[in-house]
Design a protein around this ligand. Structure first.
Ligand SMILES: [Zn+2]
Length: 215
């Protein structure tokens, strides 16, 4: 870095210290390229877990309690691009740690957003994450309901009313990897998998950045 640029960067650091998105303490100078302080970075440990959420297998890379949740919120709700950059680093680290056969021959798709939410937010975080997953990326699902209340409904009804439809395509896909940012109850991923069943013969698996501890 040139001396003048270094001086400007130093003045900006003093005037506007970068704040850790998780604990809100200033970030150490040597970590200025990240959105987390050293203590919070140490908490972001890869903790891969695969579970069956019938009818699909879901692999999640980090727990909900990790500081990555703060990064995800900063990116999704405040369009914090430095948070996205740091989050992407951890996401890629998790994806390359997964077995190659998980993605072999698969078409990669993502949990879709209703267009009204997309217009409001301007991007779909699941789609952004999917771009870093190996394999051919395709829009396979469409969400035709903006939201749905699942209170008091049985499992069958929840799946039937989730509001997902497959985009009509001439080709068939043999295997699909579905991407989302968080898995909580798994109801959304299950609904997507059910919508994809006629096309894939049930060969759908999912990968998410975070998982809720209750799973
Ligand atoms: Zn911190």
């Amino acid at each position: 870095m040139k001396p003048l640029a270094r001086l400007c960067s130093r003045v900006l650091d003093i005037a506007y210290p970068r704040i850790c998105r998780h604990c809100h303490r200033p970030i150490e100078r040597e970590l200025q390229a990240t959105a987390l302080c050293a203590a919070c970075s140490r908490l972001c440990v890869l903790d891969m877990s695969t579970q069956l959420l019938d009818p699909l297998w879901v692999t999640s890379l980090y727990t909900y309690k990790s500081p990555l949740l703060s990064l995800l919120k900063s990116w999704k709700y405040s369009r914090d691009m430095q948070a996205l950059q740091t989050l992407t680093w951890y996401w890629r680290k998790g994806i390359v740690s997964m077995p190659d056969e998980y993605f072999a021959g698969a078409v990669v798709t993502w949990v879709p957003m209703h267009f009204s939410k997309y217009l409001y937010r301007g991007f779909n975080s699941a789609r952004q994450l999917a771009l870093d997953v190996p394999g051919e990326k395709r829009t396979l699902l469409w969400r035709y309901l903006p939201g749905f209340s699942q209170a008091g409904k049985g499992r069958k009804d929840r799946l039937a009313t989730a509001g997902f439809a497959i985009v009509p395509k001439k080709y068939n896909v043999q295997k699909v990897v579905l991407v989302d940012d968080i898995v909580t109850t798994g109801a959304t991923l299950r609904a997507c998998a059910v919508a994809l069943l006629p096309k894939t013969g049930g060969n759908v698996r999912a990968v998410t950045l975070l998982r809720a501890d209750s799973l």
